[in-house]
Design a protein around this ligand. Structure first.
Ligand code: GDP
Length: 537
């Protein structure tokens, strides 16, 4: 990487997602992390966000009713002269698609686990995605102030679930009522635990490990047990290898208690010191009508970014949507002319948020790794590539073949136009997948999780005044279809006219009623490609 000002800005950025099972303490930890940026008012607003989301947007009533987080969002903070972009992920499994896409926008992940429950179901799914993408993971073992499991036991489980060795960076002394604190294995000092949500790191007492007498006197049996397990852990885990972490072959593990702001600064320091700066990203470049792979470096001067999330604006009175763009390269400045590659049209946002600009020391620029929110009236879809001119398309934003299907029936046929508009927009947001059967007939909705149907039904009524009924149908799966030649494709679609449908991006899909369907169709048409996952390309 060069020593240009652009490269320097890029180097001081860290973009990561927090992943966890619901209730492991993600919201609490996020709030504490934000405290370190000195922006206390932002920290308070994380909770406020949890509450006010419901007030500002009607459809999110669903979220309130179920006590889950539907939307994911972005927070930016400054810490040790680094710009840290933190991306929240929805915890509920029915919105996992949204989470997968958020994970394509980050360079690392912070995994929070509840020390009593270990690695839980939802975390496991998220780990899989990180593993597929080789995303480096930092592990935070939370709630050490509770009666939780033994640290060695937890490490063991994390290792098994992640399929990579853990390297402890801190180590707990005791737990629950007799939680004494954590040992920083790098600095060889122990930070003594005190409970209280308003504590700052400098409020905690630290003791050097060399003062074994004091440690033993103060923490008695807990100290001896911790010293023993620490030694066992050191023997069982490999040496810290930074490159192995960056290659997703090792995870550093931190212990603490989010709610007490204890052990949190160590995690933030790890993000700065260990987590990767914005990485190069794959794209395809059209040369002589042929796509060619091109790697975009973060410090290239030309602006480029990809829309990884589209969200209806919080204001229910407007049809505005916010397109969240992860910048891959270049520098953003307000007023800059940008183009949506898919359509070749200029992006004309009504407003633009770079998340730091909300702060007092307004920074009206953004660099690779940063997230920019463009408010638009449309014309932008999930997966769209935005550039200041170059013709390239980022790849890798996943759409998963739905496993649940419903037929849409409109209660009042006079609202057909509103329904079509609503479905088109919700489809573009990725809230649900919309399939138009080519043989005609009712539209189909495809989802990965049942709750997606409820959200869409609710939103169609609240935002588009389209009251729908959903009915079950025979479909249980879909595969996106490609062929090497147009003639082969035509032969296939002619053979299954009733099964062909187009999705929101006009990609052709084959609808199936059982797994055998696909197998039989594949046997009959060996040269047709059936894709369970569509990558925006
Ligand atoms: P999320 O669903 O993962 O965002 O979890 P929250 O941050 O909302 O936390 C879930 C519950 O665990 C809340 O009641 C928190 O107060 C509590 N909690 C979070 N961190 C800790 C911790 O370190 N110790 C204890 N005892 N409770 C915690």
């Amino acid at each position: 990487m060069s020593s240009s000002p652009l490269a320097a800005e890029t180097r001081r950025r860290r973009t990561f997602a927090i992943i966890s099972h619901p209730d492991a303490g993600k919201t609490t930890l996020t709030e504490k992390l934000l405290l370190f940026s000195g922006a206390i008012q932002i920290a308070g607003s994380v909770k406020a966000r949890k509450a006010s989301r419901h007030a500002t947007s009607d459809w999110m009533e669903i979220e309130k009713q179920r006590g889950i987080s539907v939307a994911s969002s972005v927070m930016q903070m400054l810490y040790r002269d680094h710009v840290i972009n933190l991306l929240d992920t929805p915890g509920h499994k029915d919105f996992s698609e949204d989470t997968y896409r958020v994970l394509t926008a980050v360079d690392s992940a912070l995994m929070v686990i509840d020390a009593a429950n270990g690695v839980e179901a939802q975390t496991r799914r998220l780990i899989e995605v990180c593993r597929q993408r080789n995303t480096p993971i930092i592990t935070f073992v939370n709630k050490m102030d509770r009666e939780v499991r033994e640290p060695l036991d937890i490490l063991d489980e994390v290792e098994r679930e992640l399929g990579m060795p853990c390297v402890p960076m801190t180590w707990p002394v005791g737990k629950g009522k007799s939680f004494g604190g954590i040992v920083n294995l790098r600095t060889q000092a122990m930070t003594v635990f005190e409970s209280g949500s308003e504590r700052r790191p400098q409020d905690f007492e630290t003791l050097p490990l060399s003062d074994a007498g004091t440690l033993r006197r103060r923490f008695e049996g807990e100290w001896d047990a911790a010293a023993e397990s620490m030694e066992l852990a050191a023997g069982a885990s490999p040496e810290w290898d930074h490159q192995a972490f960056l290659d997703a072959k090792q995870t550093p593990v931190f212990f603490g208690s989010g709610v007490n702001n204890f052990g949190v600064m160590e995690v933030l320091d790890a993000l700065v010191d260990l987590a990767p700066a914005p990485q190069p990203r794959k794209s395809s470049l059209i040369v002589n009508r042929q796509p060619q792979e091109k790697i975009i470096q973060p410090d290239e001067p030309a602006f480029s970014g990809v829309v990884f999330k589209v969200q209806a604006n919080m204001d229910a009175n407007h049809r505005d949507r916010i397109a969240f763009v992860r910048m891959a390269s270049g520098k953003y400045t307000p007023g800059m002319k940008l183009k949506v590659q898919r359509t070749g049209k200029e992006l004309r946002p009504t407003s633009v948020v770079t998340f730091l600009s909300q702060r007092r020391e307004a920074v009206d620029e953004a660099y690779a790794g940063d997230i920019i929110g463009f408010t638009t009236h449309g014309g932008v879809q999930l997966g769209d590539t935005i550039t200041d001119g170059a013709s390239l398309q980022f790849t890798g934003l996943p759409f998963f073949a739905p496993e649940l299907f419903m037929t849409v029936l409109l209660k009042n046929p006079l609202r057909t136009k509103q329904l079509q508009q609503g479905l088109a927009q919700l489809g573009e947001e990725g809230a649900i997948q919309v399939f138009r059967p080519q043989a005609g007939g009712a539209m189909l909705l495809g989802a990965v999780g049942q709750l997606q149907f409820e959200v869409v039904q609710h939103r169609l009524k609240a935002e588009y005044d389209a009251d729908i009924r959903l009915e079950g149908c025979q479909y249980t799966g879909a595969r996106w279809i490609t062929a090497d030649t147009p003639a082969e494709l035509r032969a296939f679609t002619d053979a299954y006219p009733q099964r062909m449908a187009l999705d929101a991006a006009d990609a052709l899909a084959y609808l199936c009623t059982s797994p055998y369907d696909v197998r039989l169709a594949q046997e009959r048409f060996p040269r047709i490609h059936f894709h369970p996952l569509r990558e925006h390309a």
